[in-house]
Design a binder for this molecule. Structure first.
Ligand SMILES: Cc1cc2nc3c(=O)[nH]c(=O)nc-3n(C[C@H](O)[C@H](O)[C@H](O)COP(=O)(O)O)c2cc1C
Length: 378
């Protein structure tokens, strides 16, 4: 019998689809609705110990593109398609004390669904490392099935927090190790794409004892400047700061990072995020080696917790397994990683005539032979 069930880092999921840490999982009510809708798991909005105050006004908006001129804008207009989400929202503005009884109640109501607590503290002192441990212990003691360490929030000013940890392999290892010292449940680390080579930080997390790597958080980005008003489409008093891009626009970039990591660690556990709204996109992550996937932007646009998105994901997985039943595929595990080894060096891609390929070191540079008139200027 085909099944949607997966076991990932030792945790059993009814299906491999999770809501990622973001507004869809910012409250008890949302998470209960998400489980009622059928999500296999949720990662809570990131919980911290430091007080958080968000900017004035909207914290997230959506960019759309029009088919005729490919214009990208936050302005709603008929016929435009979703391009991305843009946000500068910080972690949960609710305290750990607020979260603890809610985690307990949610797990009591849905003991078979998976709740992962996303947590974040600093990394600049022993006190900060103990903060990670406090968050980890409070979450697991109250029923969280796993922990996701947020090394990836792109808009923290503090040098020892968020994506500033995810850009530093030393900090990635040290913080993961500190949490592993007290963790009784699996520990996932969520990395930032804003780094030179994400494999370096993934290796550091595994060295620190991480059970899985999660990627991607949003990509650093700015809203677009309105050509009429000359103001950023999202700003406060005319000012803006770097925020995070999510949704369809980041799918290919997030896949590229994922492919690098799953190739480097073929036996590692990976949870894929970025631009998933349907099974087709989730499938790319599974084929590259991910065991679960997570969704944010698409769910935000579908009644805040994605009831239709999870229906489509489950139906897509069922249909895919049925279509490939003749191959004996009965679960995600049977096709996971099947395309991992298809990503190779450029020089390994076939040329029309391989013997003429010189790896970019052809005698004449560029696409055309130099114009005889300018040849001496080159
Ligand atoms: C408004 C908003 C808030 C977010 N807050 C968090 C957060 O607190 N912690 C976290 O790890 N990721 C956070 N994210 C990132 C998402 O979990 C996810 O990694 C990202 O949006 C890419 O997925 P998507 O393409 O499905 O949107 C947030 C994203 C958005 C749009």
């Amino acid at each position: 019998m085909a099944t949607r069930e997966v076991t990932f880092t030792g945790i059993r999921f009814e299906n491999p689809f999770l809501l990622s840490s973001a507004p869809p999982t910012e409250s008890e009510n949302n998470i209960l609705r998400a489980f009622e809708a059928g999500w296999g798991g949720v990662v809570t909005k990131t919980i911290g110990l430091h007080p958080v105050v968000n900017v004035v006004g909207a914290k997230a908006k959506f960019m759309r593109t029009s088919p005729d001129d490919a214009h990208v804008s936050m302005k709603k207009r008929p016929g435009a398609a979703l391009h991305s989400s843009w946000n500068w929202e910080l972690i949960s503005d609710k305290t750990l004390e607020w979260w603890v009884p809610r985690i307990r109640r949610i797990k009591a109501e849905f003991p078979n669904r998976v709740l992962i607590a996303s947590i974040m503290a600093g990394s600049g002192s022993d006190k900060e490392l103990r903060n990670w441990q406090t968050l980890a212990q409070a979450s697991q003691d109250n029923g969280a099935d796993g922990l996701e360490l947020n090394f990836s929030c792109p808009h923290m000013d503090r040098k020892d927090m968020g994506s500033n940890i995810g850009k530093d392999e030393g900090l990635c290892s040290v913080v993961t190790e500190a949490v592993k010292e007290v963790a009784k449940v699996p520990v996932w680390t969520k990395l930032t794409p804003a780094t030179h080579d994400i494999v370096v930080e993934a290796a550091a997390c595994f060295r620190g004892g991480a059970d899985a790597i999660v990627s991607s958080n949003t990509f650093p980005s700015l809203p677009i400047i309105d050509p009429d008003t000359l103001e950023f489409e999202m700003n406060v008093d005319g000012l803006v700061s770097s925020g995070g891009l999510g949704g369809p626009a980041i799918l290919p970039m997030s896949l590229a990072n994922m492919a690098k990591m799953t190739q480097a660690f073929p036996d590692g556990a990976f949870s894929g995020i970025g631009g998933i709204s349907d099974f087709a996109q989730a499938l790319s992550y599974f084929l590259l080696g991910c065991g679960t996937v997570q969704v944010c932007t698409a769910a935000m646009l579908d009644q805040a917790v994605g009831p239709n998105v999870i229906k489509r994901l489950n139906a897509g997985l069922d249909a895919f397994l049925e279509k490939h039943a003749d191959k004996g595929w009965k679960s995600v595990e049977d096709f996971r990683g099947l395309r991992r080894d298809r990503v190779v060096l450029q020089s390994q891609i076939r040329r029309p005539d391989a013997s003429t390929y010189q790896g970019g070191y052809e005698p004449v540079e560029g696409y055309a032979a130099p114009d005889p008139g300018t040849a001496s200027v080159r």
